[in-house]
Design a protein around this ligand. Structure first.
Ligand code: FMN
Length: 237
């Protein structure tokens, strides 16, 4: 009986480890779910074929042009939930999120437009990068939602660094979970410049780590190449 119980438990643990196969919005919070024995998958989840994590990681592109249309609230919640499951020192979960509304969005857009104009006029932007910037200049490329991912300060410098690192992981979780759902995003540096801090209502000592703009991709650009990892590896004695 005990062995059967363990087997059943293991089956539940192993089954959902296929991204896309099991992506209900409640399973990770476990409130209505016995470990992963989740009962509430959406119809699109059921129709979606399984995708390997490496496929999602390598296939996900920064999207700078979006089709119009909102992201369903349950998907936004799923992204936030995915972010919460990032690892952190002592599982402190040292991050906060700010969902950007129209007023704040307009202020951030003005900042972004000034920066993009400056970049475009500098002559330093390579030709292939120009369409993406021009698209972003037009209301963030039509992104449906901007979400700031903000790190709390730690008790000391190391703690603050650890919190920043963990919060970057949370932002990445969010972007990868989004991609798996067919939602694209662009990580916007403009959210991390000092004038953005009051707009995003980040508290004193907090750091805006990421400002992903999210929406449904109008097009998926080709993958910018990556260097060979072997060039970055040092074998230590
Ligand atoms: C910390 C960080 C800041 C970024 N800032 C911007 C940005 O301000 N604007 C932008 O268009 N893309 C931004 N990106 C996206 C990168 O340009 C993009 O990830 C990179 O070119 C690789 O392309 P890929 O994500 O499609 O593989 C940022 C990415 C990161 C991780």
């Amino acid at each position: 009986m005990i062995i059967l119980g363990i087997l059943e438990y293991n089956t539940k643990l192993v089954r959902p480890f296929r991204p896309g196969f099991h992506t209900c919005t409640t399973c990770v919070s476990a409130s209505s779910c016995v470990v992963y024995g989740c009962s509430t998958t959406t119809s699109t989840d059921r129709a979606r074929p399984a995708r390997d994590v490496i496929e999602v990681i390598k296939g996900s592109r920064t999207i700078r042009a979006f089709t119009s249309g909102p992201i369903p609230e349950e998907d936004i919640n799923m992204l936030l939930e995915a972010a919460m499951w990032a690892p952190s020192h002592r599982n402190e979960q040292p991050w906060e999120f700010a969902r950007v509304g129209p007023e704040s969005r307009a202020k951030l857009l003005k900042m972004l437009q000034l920066k993009i104009d400056e970049l475009l006029n500098s002559g330093k932007v390579p030709e292939p990068a120009r369409p993406g910037l021009l698209s972003l200049k037009d209301d963030f490329g039509g992104a449906a939602q901007l979400i700031a991912v903000i790190a709390r300060p730690g008790a000391d410098i190391l703690g603050t660094q650890q919190n920043f690192a963990a919060t970057a992981g949370a932002a990445m979780n969010m972007q990868l979970a989004a991609w798996e759902k067919g939602i694209g995003s662009v990580w916007l540096t403009v959210g991390s410049v000092p004038p953005a801090k009051p707009i995003l209502q980040a508290k004193s000592g907090h750091t805006v780590v990421a400002l992903p703009a999210l929406g449904y991709p109008k097009e998926t650009p080709p993958a910018p190449p990556r260097e060979d990892f072997r060039e970055r590896v040092t074998e230590l004695p």
